[in-house]
Design a protein around this ligand. Structure first.
Ligand code: NAD
Ligand code: MG
Length: 336
């Protein structure tokens, strides 16, 4: 186990936004990350052009937000920094369209390392390739910036042709608000592998499986779906909020002694060595590229398994129960 913090963290004082002076940044895509990066960059005084297909439904939104919009090819032609914020599965095709517009010394900028790390994009050698990844969904990247707060982020350099790749990446991180909160230095490999592992084993995959298994255990034992929903899904947020604010200790201190004792004696029985072995296996599939290969092939085949898994998840009983309960109680309305 790590006994000390050893990451390099950059703050506003470590970043010089003048590295983006006289630079046009093309933001390709106007989704979760794209709309936030484009607007934050523009509000920080950076010249931004948003690259979207002619028929993109996001065009109107970007124009309404006061941004210049062009096609991805036109945008890349105008820019010295091209920020690739279309979905990861589409990035290789978009790169093929725009690659001839990248001149020596330009920067290809990502918010996730997947396509570089797994060789789905092989950038030409005369450009910089950087990563600035907010550790947060885009709407928070935008909301935090507007509130004069930052969003924690990551920075990594894959190719440094100009000798200024890191300075430019940090300038970009500053302009979107990431160095205000702190931006950790990492590599494309580490960002990609930890991001995939986290979302598979703990965040998206692990937590939904834990919720479903807990819910099913209670309902199959004859308890009411309403009770099972509140216990296994709704209350999760309260527990996670405590962990977010003050770590595991703050959570344990806030729950009853009974909950603490029960949790400490039973938690590791539920998520046990078997779960740990599976986690190690999942990590291996990320590291050896077999997950990436599977996902790329799945997309090439038109996502048959993905569609089936998604509809099975949507039709899980806990979803119907939750929808009904959220309609009956006032807390959900207040948060909307
Ligand atoms: P998204 O799905 O929200 O948005 C993608 C946008 O791309 C669409 O809104 C559309 O405007 C555009 N688009 C789609 N197809 C296109 C095409 N063929 N040509 C041009 N534009 C097209 O994507 P996102 O979640 O913002 O992800 C963008 C990148 O940011 C990815 O690399 C992702 O891994 C990374 N990232 C996402 C998050 C997150 O929380 N969403 C967090 C960190 C990093
Ligand atoms: Mg992630």
């Amino acid at each position: 186990m790590a006994d000390k913090l050893n990451a390099t963290i950059y703050y506003d004082d470590d970043a010089d936004q003048s590295y983006l002076d006289d630079t046009t940044v093309a933001v390709l895509g106007y989704g979760s990350q794209g709309h936030a990066h484009a607007q934050n960059l523009a509000d920080s005084g950076v010249d931004v052009v948003v690259g979207l297909r002619e028929d993109s439904s996001s065009r109107a939104a970007a124009e309404a937000d006061g941004l210049r919009v062009a096609t991805p090819v036109e945008a890349a032609a105008q820019a010295q920094v091209v920020s690739v914020l279309v979905p990861d599965t589409i990035q290789p095709a978009v790169y093929e369209q725009i690659k001839d517009e990248l001149e020596a010394g330009d920067t290809l900028q990502f918010a996730h390392g997947f396509n570089i790390h797994y060789n789905q994009i092989n950038p030409s050698e005369d450009i910089d390739v950087t990563l600035v990844a907010p550790k947060s969904p885009g709407h928070l990247v935008r909301r935090n910036y507007e509130a004069d707060e930052g969003t924690p982020g990551l920075v990594a350099i894959y190719q440094d042709e100009t000798g200024e790749a890191k300075e430019r990446a940090l300038a970009y991180a500053k302009a979107i608000g990431c160095t205000r909160a702190g931006t950790i230095e990492t590599s494309f490999k580490e960002e990609t592998e930890t991001d995939l592992f986290g979302e598979q084993a703990v965040l998206c995959g692990g937590v939904t499986s834990l919720v479903k298994q807990g819910y099913e255990t209670l309902v199959e034992a004859g308890y009411s779906p309403e009770m099972a929903y509140f216990e296994c899904l709704n209350e999760l947020k309260l527990i996670v909020d405590l962990m977010y604010e003050g770590g595991l200790s703050e959570m344990w201190e806030s729950v009853s002694y009974t909950a603490e004792y029960g949790g400490l004696t039973r938690g590791d029985r539920v998520v046990d060595e078997h779960a740990r072995e599976q986690m190690e296996q999942v990590l291996e599939e990320v590291q050896d590229g077999s997950f990436a290969r599977q996902w790329i092939l799945e997309n090439q085949a038109g996502r048959p398994n993905y569609d089936q898994l998604r509809s099975a998840e949507e039709s899980h009983e806990i979803e119907a129960v939750g929808e009904e309960l959220r309609g009956l109680f006032s807390w959900a309305d207040e948060e909307k």
